[in-house]
Design a protein around this ligand. Structure first.
Ligand SMILES: [Zn+2]
Length: 165
């Protein structure tokens, strides 16, 4: 898979600890959740840009459909509305990442890839709010995390950075 160094997801150690806790609490079922924060376009050199997604708040969700984690939460519109109210209206954050864990290595499954492609499509004339989200995937056992994005019809692994702050 192609690695895209110009798309960065920055997570604090605090958020990473919350992802691990979410994973442990759901085990052996896949955990899932949503990360909110902000997205900035930074000029790193002349005409060279980096897109930086910064996580500020994580919402852990219970997945009720085993092995179908992240997609189930998108269909739970009441829960999604509640999170959206808190993150977007109360905290002025935007959704930046869909999180879930895997019993197998932290790479998108074929179902994940289908979902990423599905969410890349707009709904009529409206932009799909789940479009261009980073998919953060954790290996349930090793707690290793990787980030992926489906961008311009291409699946990319992004640069995930964990910051101590
Ligand atoms: Zn998956």
């Amino acid at each position: 898979m192609k690695i895209e160094k110009d798309i960065v997801l920055v997570l604090s150690e605090k958020i990473v600890a919350e992802l691990k806790e979410c994973n442990i609490n759901a085990s052996p079922t896949e955990s899932c959740g949503l990360i909110f924060g902000d997205i900035k376009k930074l000029e790193t050199a002349k005409d060279d840009y980096q897109i930086q997604y910064t996580g500020k708040r994580f919402y852990c969700l219970k997945s009720n459909i085993e092995s179908y984690g992240s997609f189930a939460l998108i269909e739970d519109s009441d829960k999604y509305f509640e999170i959206h109210q808190d993150a977007v209206y109360n905290r002025q954050l935007r959704m930046i990442s869909i999180f879930h864990s895997h019993p197998v290595p932290a790479y998108p499954s074929s179902i994940d890839i289908e979902n990423m492609k599905y969410l890349d499509k707009d709904i009529g004339t409206r932009r799909n709010p789940f479009k261009n989200q980073i998919w953060t995937i954790m290996d349930m056992n090793t707690e290793k995390i990787n980030g992926f994005i489906y961008y311009n019809k291409e699946l990319l692994q992004i640069d995930l950075q964990i910051k101590n702050k």
